[in-house]
Design a protein around this ligand. Structure first.
Ligand code: IMP
Ligand code: MG
Length: 174
């Protein structure tokens, strides 16, 4: 148990090891290509920072998009709204969406559709956490960190009403 009483589902070292593996795989796949990392705010802040620094010799650029599907609380509303758009032109770019967690898959489906209309050369997704429900629904995720149960999780950037983002591990919120 930790000081705030949340039992880690994924420890800091498990997360860090897996992020390193994902970064290696991405670096190998993209090679010399300059990849544009599109981090989905706000949950992916720690993930994108750790991942980007470990992609190594592969060059990368970074931009942010913010969407909103959760009004507040633990359930997806299913309605996806763009709150902050990208500044970068995607045309001809190799785009990698960096997402913290995929739950219903609605956010990703919407993002793929929207960013796809901007004519990127390629469009892939790396998600640290993918819930069983999203896997059952057949949500496409090219790089997956961990498959996790259908529970509400916090930590490592993920919040519950803006709390718990600071935790270095991921825990199920009881
Ligand atoms: P989806 O559209 O249902 O796949 O939900 C995706 C978005 O909802 C993620 O990008 C998160 O921002 C948020 N979200 C989904 N599940 C969780 C969770 O367990 N903890 C915190 N945020 C979550
Ligand atoms: Mg998110």
């Amino acid at each position: 148990m930790t000081e705030i009483g949340l039992e880690p589902l994924l420890t800091e070292s498990q997360i860090q090891e897996r992020v390193t593996e994902l970064a290696k795989q991405i670096a190998a796949d993209y090679g010399e290509t300059q990849v544009l990392l599109v981090a989905v705010l706000r949950g992916s802040i720690h993930f994108v920072s750790d991942l980007a620094r470990r992609i190594g010799r592969a060059d990368w650029e970074l931009d942010f998009i913010q969407v909103r599907s959760y009004q507040s609380g633990r359930k997806s509303s299913g309605v996806v709204q763009i709150r902050k758009d990208l500044d970068t032109n995607l045309e001809g770019r190799d785009v990698l969406i960096v997402e913290d967690v995929v739950d219903t898959g609605a956010t990703l489906a919407h993002l793929r559709e929207l960013l796809g209309t901007r004519r990127p050369k390629s469009l892939r997704v790396v998600a640290l956490l993918v819930k069983e429900g999203a896997i059952r629904a057949g949500t496409q995720v090219e790089y997956m960190g961990f498959r996790i149960p259908d529970a509400f999780v916090v930590g490592y950037g993920l919040d519950y009403d803006e709390r718990y983002r600071h935790l270095p591990y991921v825990a199920i919120l009881p």
